[in-house]
Design a protein around this ligand. Structure first.
Ligand code: ATP
Length: 876
């Protein structure tokens, strides 16, 4: 057969289909005018009262299918259009240099825009290579991170505080369906999830609701078509059956598109929520207010949420977002179904039928609500047990060597097993409590409802048969099928709504955990964080309050509470002066932060010292750190305008030596009003903690340059040559000679385990040499280093004229220092500061020498005693 013949045959087939189905003659219709003609014809058929009923019905179906398909196409296109427009918007808003004036700063893994926003380059999923230094351009993905707006956190702080205190005051009352506490908490969190109505998440939410409505609409259509097809089969109308089947397949296209779109939008919304919430938490948790450290002092945050904060930030956030999105979908879906189906069914079943169905729903809802177990609490407990178990494993991995030395396997195994059993118990508890509920739920929703469905679906048929006295099987069958299908859909919608009671209950648990986390972060992140202080009883005028006759009235109690809170925010009263060309403490009480604030344990009283002891006012400009831009390849130049001065802090264990460092680093507060801390700029001060710290999964280079990132290192144009020089200076260059040479700097390893104790401490000195801050505070920085190396390292510090404060228990370090601060060992909190080299200091050292000499004179006496004892032992 020729091609022409095939085309003619096809044309005839299409023309026949149009004329049989909707009576449209395609004789003079061209391809250009086809759509116009079709739409006009369909509308004419639908509107005209004279058109044949079968043509009219088909025209309605075809018209609706066309509209739905077009809508799907338009929404799909507009979503992608929206994404392209929003990308362009961000591009022009944040990356246009002209808007911002100054040039952008680029590093290897990110571009810092002047607006504060960042563009990060992360490895593409497919490559899964986490080392940002080796990502090739085509294998990386750009992520836009909007700038952090501090005002938002300041504003939200009050919102969270208000809700938190209203919950603490017991203002929340249980409502019938769920707690108002839940709604309040959700209200606060929702502002993070959807910051504004023009946010992309609002668009996604609206789109999702649109698709949900479309889905219900399509279901109605399918129900009618289903009934029609069954009637066609029963009445042996072959052609009509085939035509309806074609429409069935046509309608299936937008129907399946809609279902997938709903799932995709739900997933996308959940991911967007997760991104918003995680960024919000990171911004508060990891900024210069050190919330991650201060959390341990927050007395209100003793819950498992904060103890296992790693689990809360990772798992709880994820679970909460998934649960929120699924609850939204699970409620919106059945509610829309219920509205649409009941309107349609009202025409078929009558108001009494629909009323009966809804009465049935409310009754079911009431019964199920009564038997719903406290899933919120149970899932919260299960989540907490999960976090504790995970955390313990993490702790074991981090301390594996120590545990191995102690042979602590048995203890650890018992502990791990116990935690695992607790977790299993919590999970089992959830399942057990769900068992009864599921049984009732199944019985009612699956069986009772479908049984009642048959009854309601048959009502109109029975009534019309009784009324007319005619039993039309075909029509009855069609009506029954349509009604039954709708009833089942309605039952399904109702049951999903009932199921969502359980989901809401579960969501309350997650919401509570996330709210607790955010509220704690806001408390700690606040500039007025009071380190867990609850009262300042000494400062509250209790006498004045108690003299009031109406002391017991609720108003007064509220006043006292208010007063307590107000006073508590004033607990940190000391002053901190920055940009000082030295380190100075004046009248500072070293107090362990606690609920008792300044009345807590006082370790050292009114501490006063200054390094260097005298500061020339002219030299007090803070020209300091090594200028990496100028001195790129040489670290060997000492500070030229500084003589370098040093202080040694000596004292027994637990007397508060490290706490002085905590005060200097501003991670502990100064409680007393007349306490003053003057310190240099951040870049001029490096505090070396007692426990060496090494970043996980970092290269050797990352360890030397910490707290600088390798991005910044390369960005500044610094070279590995400088690091080799630094390592040579602290005699660690042999590490590079092992087998890999300089490429050893790129080796990623668990450096905490690889380096020995002494090496780790020498690495601290390498960091000092690299950063060259003018002021260094060393806490027991050489206690694992041999005496000759210790001597060498202190001489290096002196040679480069660093100003350093050393915290130690070893008087042998006196010789490297100019000042000595001795803390008394009788727990009195007293101290003594002396300048080494003065008569007083020399006398005190002379006294010590005298004491040792006296002891040495007794050596022979003690030796004789020992020999005597040994002889006695031999006789025995
Ligand atoms: N976060 C904290 N919470 C409660 N008490 C703390 C906290 N940190 C330290 N302390 C207590 O404060 C006291 C002083 O601690 P600090 O670390 O300053 O001692 P130290 O003088 O440096 O001792 P060492 O020489 O053993 O290092 C100790 O009794 C310690 O238990």
């Amino acid at each position: 057969m020729s091609e022409l013949a095939i085309a003619n045959k096809l044309q005839k087939l299409v023309a026949d289909m149009h004329s049989h189905c909707i009576g449209l003659n395609l004789k003079d219709v061209t391809l250009k005018t086809y759509l116009n003609t079709l739409l006009n014809h369909l509308l004419r058929l639908i509107k005209s009262p004279l058109s044949q009923p079968r043509h009219k019905r088909r025209a309605q179906i075809v018209f609706l299918s066309l509209v739905v398909s077009c809508l799907s196409l338009v929404t799909g296109c507009s979503y992608f259009g929206y994404r392209i427009v929003s990308k362009c918007y961000y591009f022009f808003k944040y990356s246009n240099k002209r808007h911002e004036g100054a040039p952008l700063r680029r590093t290897r893994s990110q571009t810092l825009l002047n607006s504060g926003a960042r563009i990060m380059y992360i490895p593409d999923d497919k490559t899964m290579n986490t080392n940002v230094n080796v990502i090739s351009k085509d294998k990386r993905k750009k992520i836009f991170i909007p700038p952090k707006y501090d005002d938002v956190y300041e504003h939200d702080k009050y919102l969270f505080k208000a809700i938190d205190s209203s919950i603490a005051n017991g203002q929340n009352k249980q409502s019938q369906l769920f707690y108002s506490k839940f709604l309040n908490q959700m209200n606060a969190i929702s502002k993070i999830l959807i910051p504004s109505i023009f946010d992309k998440n609002s668009v996604l939410l609206v789109l999702q609701i649109f698709f949900l409505i479309m889905r219900t609409w399509l279901s109605l259509f399918v129900a009618r078509l289903d009934g029609q097809i069954v009637r066609d089969i029963i009445s042996h109308r072959g052609r009509k059956f085939l035509l309806d089947l074609v429409v069935w397949f046509l309608i299936a296209v937008p129907a399946s598109y809609t279902n997938s779109a709903i799932k995709l939008l739900q997933r996308k919304l959940s991911l967007n929520f997760k991104v918003n919430l995680t960024r919000y938490i990171h911004d508060m948790y990891l900024d210069d207010r050190l919330a991650f450290y201060k959390l341990m002092f927050d007395t209100k945050a003793s819950s498992s949420v904060i103890k296992n904060i790693d689990n809360s930030i990772t798992n709880d956030v994820s679970r909460f977002c998934d649960a929120t999105c699924s609850v939204v979908a699970n409620i919106a879906k059945p509610v829309i179904d219920l509205v649409f189906f009941s309107i349609y069914l009202r025409d078929n079943l009558g108001t009494v039928g629909v009323g009966g169905i809804f009465f049935n729903y409310f009754l079911t809802g009431y019964i199920l609500r009564r038997y719903t177990p406290p899933l919120g609490k149970l899932t919260s407990a299960s989540s907490a047990a999960d976090g504790t178990y995970y955390n313990y494993h993490l702790n074991m991995i981090n301390n594996s060597e120590e545990i191995a030395f102690y042979q602590g396997t048995d203890v650890e195994r018992i502990k791990v097993q116990k935690l695992y059993e607790t977790l299993m118990e919590a999970m089992l508890n959830v399942s057990k409590r769900k068992f009864n509920y599921n049984m009732i739920e199944d019985y009612i929703l699956k069986y009772t409802w479908s049984g009642l469905g048959y009854v309601f679906a048959s009502i109109p048929i029975v009534l019309s048969t009784v009324a007319t006295g005619v039993n039309s099987e075909q029509r009855n069958m069609k009506d029954f099928i349509v009604n039954k299908r709708l009833m089942l859909s309605l039952a399904d919608a109702g049951s999903r709504l009932m199921h969502s009671i359980k989901d809401i209950s579960q969501l309350t648990g997650y919401t509570n955990r996330i709210f607790t986390l955010l509220a704690a972060l806001h408390r700690v992140h606040s500039i007025n964080f009071n380190y867990g202080a609850t009262t300042r009883s000494s400062q509250i005028d209790w006498d004045q309050l108690s003299s009031n006759k109406d002391m017991h009235t609720a108003n007064n109690l509220h006043l006292i509470k208010q007063k307590r809170i107000e006073k508590a925010t004033e607990v940190v009263q000391g002053t901190v002066q920055n940009n000082f060309n030295g380190v100075r403490l004046e009248n500072v009480d070293i107090v362990i932060p606690s609920t008792r604030a300044k009345n807590g344990t006082k370790l050292i009283k009114k501490l006063t010292f200054q390094v260097p002891p005298s500061i020339d006012p002219l030299s007090s400009r803070a020209d300091s750190v090594q200028d990496f831009n100028e001195i790129t390849n040489d670290i060997s130049i000492p500070f030229l305008n500084s003589a370098g001065s040093s202080l040694l802090i000596l004292g027994p264990n637990g007397c508060g030596k490290s706490s002085i460092q905590r005060i200097i680093a501003e991670i502990w507060p100064i409680y007393n009003k007349n306490g003053l801390l003057s310190k240099p700029t951040e870049a001029n001060l490096l505090c070396v903690p007692q426990k060496p710290y090494f970043t996980r999964g970092g290269t050797l280079r990352d360890q030397i340059i910490y707290p600088m990132s390798s991005d910044e290192f390369f960005d500044r144009g610094l070279k590995d040559k400088l690091l080799v020089q630094v390592l040579r200076e602290v005699k660690l260059d042999y590490l590079l000679k092992r087998d890999k040479g300089w490429s050893y700097l790129d080796t990623v390893s668990d450096w905490k385990d690889v380096l020995s104790g002494g090496e780790k401490q020498r690495m601290n000195f390498a960091r000092i040499m690299f950063h060259k801050p003018r002021f260094v505070v060393l806490d027991e920085a050489t206690n694992a280093i041999s005496a000759d190396m210790e001597d060498y390292l202190f001489n290096v510090l002196k040679r480069y004229r660093f100003n350093f404060i050393t915290i130690s228990q070893r008087p042998s370090l006196i010789k490297y220092h100019d000042l000595l601060l001795e803390i008394s060992d009788d727990n009195s909190g007293l101290w003594q500061l002396q300048t080494l080299g003065t008569d007083e200091a020399i006398t005190s050292i002379d006294n010590e020498i005298e004491e040792i000499k006296r002891k040495l004179e007794k050596v022979n006496e003690w030796k004789a005693e020992r020999e005597e004892l040994q002889r006695k032992l031999e006789i025995l």
